[in-house]
Each structure stands twice: as structure tokens, then as C-alpha cells.
Ligand binder design. Structure first.
Ligand SMILES: *Cc1c(COP(=O)(O)O)cnc(C)c1O
Length: 428
């Protein structure tokens, strides 16, 4: 693969050998704001959303952006303005979506470990649905709702026991995973929910994993969920909405990577199944995260040192595993391309590594790059599960974030200072 091909990132392209995002050169953004720097394309986010909207044209549907993929307020705001709801997994995420202007009624709350305080906070805000993940949670939710004199809208997250064929850490719909209620227990759990006075059953939910690049796990999961819907409704419990979760993968540009199905093509197949079984006119909800933002972002970083070695040559950059945790966590691949392409220069094979004191702090293995000290590189497909997972390890401040809209660059997060990091600490 040459550095001119940026798989799946049509809003990032080379003009006169230098990398642009929409109407701005990444080089000038890096000069103005420093590195490491996350840069997101608003048009890329809206284009990814549009694929889902085309898929659901003419249907009753609600796209709930799974905001843990990229929790920046400025990113959430893009999806608020586009009419999205949100899938949240903590009280902190609830505060973020509300701060960005989300309608609480379009918020759904997932996660296996909701605390009583978070449940109370979400009930008071008036969220649209709790995606309940266990029988024990159902009882706690009922108790908290009754205590507040409220009725909690619930959907049960079912575990359809299908293999999404993705990395084991991001597979969530298998029997051995901590998520959802086991297939065999689903009907009893719905009957219990329907009997509890503090709850109102409104839907069913499943989410089988992340970075799914095949359509077969979705087709299997839909079949299994619809079997459950049929059994639940036969028991007299009506389900107003059907929520099929998120998880659709993106193309990270790795040589061995499968091209994931396009959202509209995938949904055409899923809708055919729903129609065939008579459920196509229900309110359909989905919770995509990565597929809305992953390929809308890049992380610009500077080459600090080139370090030739006997076995390997190292390219030491100023971004690290605290900024880009996916390689260390999931052995994930990100394309790495110089911001300025020098087609005539000879390339060298490098291990691209960050400055952190861990051998796990690598960003790319065996990359052919024509670079010199001081050059800028773009680590591509960095819009999802990068800044949201960023840490302060080695007391590194988190990077700044820029949202590009045409020829305009908005700073949506200032670079974190050491004073920011130390703010809540006290000497004894
Ligand atoms: C993380 C998550 C999502 C989004 O997953 P993506 O792979 O980013 O699309 C959706 N629903 C739930 C419950 C999640 O935990």
C-alpha cells in the first residue's frame, strides 16, 4: 500500500503531495496548534451518519451515537445537531451529552454496572430507556424508580450467543461475555420486568461486539433476537422498539483487513429479514460508535528521533500509547503516513514507537517510511477509541482536538497542561 491511499478516509487526501483534511492542510494545523494533535472532519462524521440514514429511509428509526467512541463535547454536538440520540454507559457520559445539548428523551443507558447514583441521575434527567443487563439490575432499577416516584423505561439487553469474529476484548455477545442476559433467561427476565411496578418495558436490545467486519454475525443476531421478540410478545409483553446495537467495523487500511459492509447495504439485508418476519415497521434503534467517527479522525505527530539499530530501526514520535492506546491494547493497526509525501525519497523499515517507558508503547510495526527528524506524520483512523481512552501515563498531558468544518478549524479541546493534571492533588 502506498501512502497516497488512505483507506476509508475520503475526507483526508493528498494535494500537491501534502495531506489535507477537507479544506485545510494538516501541516498548517500542526504548526498552529502543536503536536500530538487530533484532527476530526465534521463532513466525514456526517457522511458516515448519512449511510445509516439512507439505510433507514422510510422507516421509524433512531440512531443513538455510542459516544464512548469519541466523547468530546464538540463531536457530540455534531450529532446533536444532526438529530441523533445517544448511547451512554455512565453518569459522566450523561452529563456530557446534556452539556452538548442532547435531548434526554433520546438517550439510552447501557452497561453492566450502573450504580444507584447513576440510575437516579438518569431517571431525574428523564432518559428514554435503560438497557438492563442483568436480573439483579432490574430489581435495583425498580427500587430506585419507586423511591423517586417514577417509572423507568426498560429494554433488556439480550446476549444472542453469536460470534462476531472480532478481537476477543471487543466481542460482547458470546455466552462467556459479561454483557446482556443469556438467551435462555430472557423470557423470564421480561416477565419479571413486566411485573415490577417501577418499570415499563419498552424494547429489546442487543450489541454483539465491536469492529465487526462481516455481515453474518448481524444476520444471525437478528434472527435470534426476533425469535425472542416473538416469544416475549406471545407472553403478552409488547415491545415498542427493537435496538440492534452498534459494532460495525471500519477499514483501518491494514493489508489483511476485511472491508466491512457499508451501513446502508448491511441494513438493506437486515431490514429484509425484519420485513419478512413482520417487524419492519417497529421503531428501530441502533447504537453505532466507531463507524460514525473512527475514520473521521487522525492524530498528527512529530518524528522526534530516528534511531537505527542492529535488529530494528526505531522512529520515535511524540504521540504515545497514552494518546493512541489501540495498538498496545488490541494489537490494532493504524495507517501511518507522512504529512508531506516525498515519492522520490528512499524508505526505511521502522518500528514506530512513542516516548513512554514501556516496550508496549508502539504505534506501528514494520512500517516503510521516508522520514527525517522533525517531520510530521498522521496516524490515521484515530477518531474512535483513541482520545476517549487517553490517559496521563508518564504525566503526559492529553492532546488538543480540532474539529474541521470546510476551511474552518475549531479547537474543541485545549491541550492539557500539567497544572490541569495536578489540579485535584494535594501535598500532605
Ligand atoms: C461500545 C458500545 C456500542 C458501540 O460500539 P461500536 O463498536 O463503537 O459501534 C454500542 N452499544 C453498546 C452497548 C456499547 O457498549
Amino acid at each position: 500500500m502506498t501512502s497516497n491511499q488512505l483507506s476509508g478516509q475520503p475526507f483526508f487526501s493528498f494535494k500537491d503531495q501534502s495531506l489535507w483534511v477537507e479544506g485545510l492542510a494538516l501541516n498548517s494545523l500542526a504548526q498552529a496548534h502543536g503536536t500530538p494533535l487530533f484532527v476530526y472532519s465534521k463532513a466525514a462524521m456526517l457522511s458516515a451518519l448519512a449511510a445509516y440514514q439512507r439505510g433507514f429511509a422510510g422507516r421509524k428509526s433512531q440512531v443513538c451515537y455510542a459516544m464512548k467512541a469519541n466523547p468530546a463535547l464538540g463531536v457530540i454536538q455534531v450529532f446533536v445537531q444532526a438529530g441523533c440520540g445517544f448511547d451512554i454507559v455512565s453518569g459522566g457520559e450523561l452529563e456530557r451529552v446534556l452539556a452538548a445539548g442532547a435531548d434526554a428523551a433520546k438517550v439510552i443507558f447501557s452497561g453492566v454496572g450502573k450504580t444507584r447514583a447513576e440510575i437516579r441521575q438518569a431517571l431525574e434527567a428523564g432518559i428514554g430507556c435503560f438497557n438492563v443487563e442483568s436480573e439483579a439490575e432490574l430489581e435495583v432499577l425498580n427500587g430506585v424508580a419507586l423511591g423517586l416516584g417514577k417509572v423507568a423505561p426498560v429494554s433488556i439487553r439480550v446476549n444472542p450467543n453469536v460470534d462476531p469474529k472480532t478481537h476477543p476484548y471487543i466481542s460482547t455477545g458470546l455466552k462467556g461475555n459479561k454483557f446482556g442476559v443469556a438467551h435462555e433467561r430472557v423470557l423470564q427476565t421480561y416477565q419479571r420486568a413486566a411485573a415490577l411496578p417501577g418499570l415499563q418495558v419498552v424494547g429489546i436490545d442487543c450489541h454483539i461486539g465491536s469492529q465487526i467486519t462481516l455481515e453474518s454475525p448481524y444476520l444471525d443476531a437478528v434472527d435470534r433476537v426476533l425469535d425472542l421478540v416473538q416469544a416475549i410478545e406471545a407472553a403478552g409483553i409488547h415491545l415498542h422498539h427493537l435496538d440492534f446495537g452498534g459494532g460495525l467495523g471500519i477499514n483501518y487500511g491494514g493489508s489483511a483487513d476485511a472491508e466491512p459492509p457499508a451501513a446502508d447495504a448491511l441494513w438493506a439485508k437486515l431490514l429484509a429479514k425484519l420485513d419478512a418476519r413482520g417487524y419492519g415497521q417497529r421503531l428501530l434503534m441502533i447504537e453505532p460508535g466507531r463507524s460514525l467517527v473512527g475514520n473521521a479522525g487522525t492524530c498528527v505527530t512529530e518524528v522526534l528521533y530516528l534511531k537505527p539499530g542492529e535488529q530494528k530501526n526505531f522512529c520515535v514520535i511524540d504521540a504515545a500509547m497514552n494518546d493512541l492506546p489501540r495498538p498496545a491494547m488490541y494489537q490494532a493497526f493504524h495507517q501511518i503516513v507522512p504529512l508531506v509525501n516525498r515519492p522520490e525519497a528512499t524508505t526505511t523499515l521502522y518500528e514506530v514507537v512513542g516516548p513512554i517507558c514501556e516496550s508496549g508503547d508502539w504505534i506501528g510495526h514494520d512500517r516503510n517510511l521516508a522520514v527525517k527528524q522533525g517531520d510530521l506524520l498522521a496516524v490515521m483512523s484515530a477518531g474512535a477509541y483513541c482520545m476517549g481512552m487517553a490517559s496521563n501515563y508518564n504525566s503526559r498531558g492529553r492532546a488538543a482536538e480540532i474539529l474541521v468544518d470546510g476551511t474552518q478549524a475549531h479547537v474543541i479541546r485545549e491541550r492539557e497542561t500539567t497544572a490541569d493534571q495536578m489540579r485535584n492533588e494535594r501535598l500532605v
